[in-house]
Ligand binder design. Structure first.
Ligand SMILES: CC(=O)N[C@H]1[C@@H](OP(=O)(O)OP(=O)(O)OC[C@H]2O[C@@H](n3ccc(=O)[nH]c3=O)[C@H](O)[C@@H]2O)O[C@H](CO)[C@@H](O)[C@@H]1O
Length: 360
């Protein structure tokens, strides 16, 4: 039986593509193991699936000053030792790394032990963790065609991002019932990224009374970001994070307002949802979401509202415009080609294992 270790974590965007691969990997007969951090979101998300999970120490690598910069490198070294002894014990045929800081010790340990690994990059420009692993990776999967320019041509493959199959089988009625909504008013689904976004939350809550005159609002606001004062507002529901009901909520949404995390926007596109993207600003990140959002805007899939331009007025205008022009957006999205990412990635995994056997 072939053995694979999946790794990725820190935010859900570094985990849900791994989850999307699970059914196909199981069908292909893989013995699947997961390495994540001791207490990251990946642990909670993976624990629902029947696969062994191993926690390791994880330290963040930052490009800016933070007192933790003194302690985190030691965590990475500890994580490397832990990953190395885990890989010795598990002896997998291959590792699939979805990115996030916890993957750095794993891919470095894989390199040391001569275990081949594949990296997947969801964003247009590779994140720091993936950049560290790229030079020794057997293949690098890219989500955006633009990313190929930043990757070694002999290893880069355009695969798109694996999307969980169950997201395509949502049910509108179930979604409305789950929220206690009626079918009389259109529904806006707000997704502030997997961790939630204070900026997006405040922006939506700031226009809520006006919004609720014409819409019902489902708000995925992130852990510890519920607003108790709004709990009983008719036509408004808030959740910290939604797992299995997400497909139903997406199905009943007439419009989605979202951060521009690479996975969320690919899911929104795949489900043909008219959308407004509010990318995380360059001041708080490397600017990856701005590039993701601008790519979608150029292709006519999204209306983009940058943080610096967002006011109550511009947000309401954006909502009214996109809702009015929703058919145009849907038509444009209908012309986008959905890549068969899951099958392509599983084929690549098989290919790299075969290659590694011939090298021995
Ligand atoms: C702050 C930060 O570092 N954000 C990065 C992070 O975002 P983040 O983790 O938010 O990633 P994405 O938006 O790409 O993916 C979020 C995933 O969580 C799922 N989901 C979300 C909310 C919910 O309630 N339930 C649920 O299942 C979405 O369906 C999606 O599959 O990784 C992305 C992919 O590398 C990057 O583009 C983002 O810039």
């Amino acid at each position: 039986m072939k053995k694979i270790v999946l790794t990725g974590g820190g935010t859900a965007g570094h985990v849900t593509p791994n989850i999307a691969l699970l059914p196909e990997l199981k069908k292909s007969g893989y013995d699947i193991h997961y390495i994540g951090s001791y207490d990251g979101i990946e642990r909670k998300l993976i624990e629902e699936f029947d696969i062994p999970y191993y926690g390791i120490s994880s330290g963040k690598l930052r490009r800016y000053f933070d007192p933790k910069n003194f302690s985190d490198p030691f965590k990475v070294i500890k994580g490397f030792r832990e990953a190395s002894s885990l890989l010795k014990k598990l002896n997998p045929d291959i590792i699939f790394s979805k990115g996030g800081f916890v993957t750095v010790p794993v891919v470095l340990a894989a390199k040391r032990r001569g275990i081949p690994y594949i990296i997947h990059e969801s964003d247009i420009t590779p994140g720091l963790a993936n950049k560290i692993g790229i030079p020794f990776a057997s293949r690098i999967c890219a989500n955006f065609p633009e990313t190929l320019n930043n990757l070694p041509a002999n290893k880069a493959v355009l695969t798109g991002s694996p999307i969980r199959k169950e997201l395509f089988s949502g049910n509108k009625i179930r979604g409305l019932e789950f929220c206690g909504f009626t079918a009389n008013k259109p529904v806006i689904l707000v997704i502030g990224g997997s961790l939630g976004s204070v900026f997006v939350n405040d922006s939506i809550r700031g226009i809520l009374p006006t919004l609720l005159e014409n819409f019902q609002v489902i708000h995925l606001c992130g852990k510890d970001k519920l607003d108790e004062n709004l709990q009983k507002t008719p036509g408004y529901v808030q959740f910290e994070y939604i797992k299995k009901e997400l497909s139903d909520l997406l199905d009943c949404a007439d419009l989605v307002i979202s951060r521009a995390g690479a996975n969320a926007i690919c899911e929104i596109l795949a489900l043909r949802k008219p959308n407004i993207l509010i990318p995380l600003s360059a001041g708080s990140s490397r600017g990856d979401q701005i590039l993701n959002a601008e790519s979608f805007q150029r292709q006519g899939f999204s209306y983009v509202l940058h943080e610096e331009n967002l006011t109550n007025i511009t947000l309401l205008e954006a909502i009214n415009t996109v809702y009015k022009e929703k058919e145009t957006y849907i038509n444009t999205m209908n012309h986008s080609k959905l890549l068969n990412s899951i099958d392509t990635i599983v084929d690549l995994i098989n290919e790299v294992i075969e290659e590694s056997k011939t090298k021995i």
